[in-house]
Ligand binder design. Structure first.
Ligand code: NAD
Length: 259
């Protein structure tokens, strides 16, 4: 049976900027009903949802929920009223050697980048089962498959979410539900873009050199992935062509993990 995405509800955590926003826009383009989320509750968040909805002619709403709080993760899914596609994307970063890594930063990264996905998935699976179809897409990272120094919590959380993805896939294997992780390398988000001038200054390089030699050092293509490419990959994972793809990782990293 073929499934159209039109009218299906997608919840994307951490989607008022960056990759989450790109994924949400791709779903809206596919005429899905999209739930945007972050921990803020600003007029700008609700305006953003309205604007995307108007641009693509579909319903887009914003629900505030802090992904560091288990009960708010579960409430987000309940409040959405339906959840055919769940994208666990919310994430933060902190960089320090292990011995200097603030324990509260460790806890926050584990809570937002990993535990939130456990709570939203637990709330979403019964809805997917009831609807007879579902997709769980976890935004992991090249750091879900490899490591870098000074990113202990991030690397641990991203390896953890790859593990959670596999378990989710096995527990749903006999149902029309799949669970996969997208592992981006460096993606050109506003946050990454804003680091280019400073990096160029720090290393006394042009911005192009800073991009290629410092920021994209580990990305053999020497190109950033785009939020549209991550969105397109998520839409593909929702398609019928991807119905037998489950419990795996899809790298969108310009060759990073092939090194
Ligand atoms: P971003 O900072 O632009 O987006 C992060 C999103 O998470 C924002 O919408 C933010 O509001 C939200 N968020 C943060 N804390 C939250 C909380 N407590 N509750 C709810 N929402 C919260 O960063 P991004 O680069 O778009 O990152 C998105 C995801 O992609 C993260 O999981 C990140 O680890 C992953 N990722 C990013 C890259 C990259 O190069 N940008 C590479 C690999 C993986």
């Amino acid at each position: 049976m073929s499934h159209t995405l039109e009218g299906k509800t997608a919840i994307v955590t951490g989607s008022n900027s960056g990759i989450g926003l790109g994924v949400a826009r791709s779903f809206a383009e596919a005429k899905m009903r999209v739930v945007l989320n972050s921990y803020t509750d600003d007029a700008a968040d609700h305006d953003l949802a309205r604007e995307i909805g108007e641009e693509f002619g579909t319903e887009v709403i914003y629900i505030q929920a802090d992904m560091s709080k288990p009960e708010q993760c579960r409430a987000l899914v309940e409040q959405a009223g339906a959840c055919d596609v769940l994208v666990n994307n919310a994430g933060i970063q902190h960089v320090a050697p292990i011995e200097d890594f603030a324990p509260e930063k460790w806890d926050a990264i584990l809570a937002i980048n990993l535990s939130s996905a456990f709570h939203t998935t637990a709330a979403a699976l019964p809805m997917m089962r009831k609807a007879g179809w579902g997709r769980v897409i976890n935004i992991a990272s090249a750091h879900g498959l490899t490591a870098s120094p000074y990113k202990s919590a991030y690397v641990a959380a991203k390896h953890g979410i790859v593990g959670l993805t596999k378990v989710t896939a096995l527990e749903t294997a006999k149902e029309p539900i799949t669970a996969n992780a997208i592992c981006p390398g460096y993606v050109l988000t506003p946050l990454v873009e804003s680091q280019i001038p400073d990096t160029a200054k720090k290393y006394d390089m042009t911005e192009d050199e800073a991009k290629e030699k410092v920021i994209l050092e580990r990305q053999p293509s020497k190109e950033f992935a785009t939020t549209e490419q991550i969105g397109g990959t998520a839409v593909f994972l929702c398609s019928d062509h991807a119905a037998q793809i489950t419990g795996t990782t899809i790298s969108v990293d310009g060759g990073w993990t092939a090194l």
